[in-house]
Design a protein around this ligand. Structure first.
Ligand code: MEV
Length: 307
């Protein structure tokens, strides 16, 4: 039996633009998903998770609509084995609110299953398997979520290249609207909206802002990072992926002293992130508006085997 874990992810800058080949900056934070895998008699896959009422039983090869089953199938294919596998999932990461819960779960699953048959798997291979599984829920993901949940740390991600950034850890506050949203629907919405050239400008603006953000994060220039987060959010709002609830939380965080705040992930609901040196004050203010709020730390370890 092997237990693996993977962190939640936050996109600090560049969500949506990354789908069109631009760079995003993302980081791993201190909430994790856990997958425990064991070999089973018979050629079958069994998945058990608190989020599903009944165990899922699936074949090793038949097409599946379940990302966890897909991660197991791809992991077994990579290990060239027809052994049956059982997987149990436990996760601390809120689902469908932009924190990379699905990417984290499939990354931990891929790591646990591959590690049953191979020692010290390459995290890039795990990222590849996790991305195949993510395609089931997100259609055409850029790959930034699964790259962050497998490699950990803070990365500058552009389709085809991943740069690990040497950064000081940041302390951020998350404000969760509690409104779950489908990443696929929001990515489709942006695709339609950028047919209008004025909207396409917002994507271009996000991409040039990410270059400054990379410098600011490496230099740990918090004032500049905060200002860039505000600007990035403005462009995301123009793209149509904010919501009244997100706007309220962002205004609240700023009023409580945050240096900057933006939505994170696909938007439409989900979470904001706020950069602040007064986390307690920001958390209290967000909670007063009905949000679930908590502090996270960036630069966490990527996918790993739990001892
Ligand atoms: C979702 O976490 C990030 C998006 O940019 C989609 C993607 O990169 O695949 C909205």
């Amino acid at each position: 039996m092997i237990k693996a874990s993977a962190p939640a992810k936050l996109i600090l800058f560049g969500e949506h633009a990354v789908v069109y080949g631009e760079t995003a900056i993302a980081t791993a934070v201190d909430k994790r998903a856990y997958a425990t895998a064991c070999e089973l008699e018979g050629s079958k896959i069994i998945v058990n998770s608190k989020n599903i009422q009944e165990d899922i039983e699936a074949s090793l090869i038949e097409d599946t609509t379940n990302p966890i089953v897909k991660a197991v199938q791809e992991a077994l294919k990579f290990c060239k084995t027809k052994t049956g596998v059982g997987v149990e999932i436990n996760s601390e990461i809120p689902v469908a609110v932009g924190l990379g819960s699905s990417a984290s779960v499939v990354s931990a699953t891929a790591m646990a299953v591959v590690s049953l048959f191979k020692e010290n798997p390459d995290p890039l291979k795990i990222a590849e398997i996790a991305l195949e599984a993510e395609k089931i829920s997100h259609g055409n993901p850029s790959g930034v979520d699964t790259a962050t949940t497998t490699l950990g740390g803070t990365i500058a991600f552009k389709k085809g290249t991943i740069e690990e950034l040497k950064t000081e850890g940041l302390s951020l506050v998350i404000g969760n609207t509690g409104i779950r949203k489908s990443t696929k629907e929001l990515v489709d919405k942006v695709r339609k909206s950028i047919e209008d050239p004025r909207m396409a400008t917002s994507l271009f603006n996000i991409s040039s802002l990410v270059k400054s953000a990379k410098t600011a994060i490496i230099q740990n220039n918090l004032d500049e990072l905060g200002a860039l987060m505000d600007k990035n959010h403005k462009f995301l709002r123009e793209l149509g992926v904010s919501s009244p609830q997100l706007e309220t939380l962002i205004k609240t965080a700023k009023k409580a002293g945050a240096l900057g705040a933006k939505l994170t992930g696909a938007g439409g609901g989900g979470c904001i992130i706020a950069l602040t040196q007064e986390p307690k004050k920001v958390i209290q203010a967000l909670e007063k508006k009905g949000a679930t709020a908590f502090q996270v730390h960036t630069n966490q370890e990527g996918v790993k085997i739990e001892s």
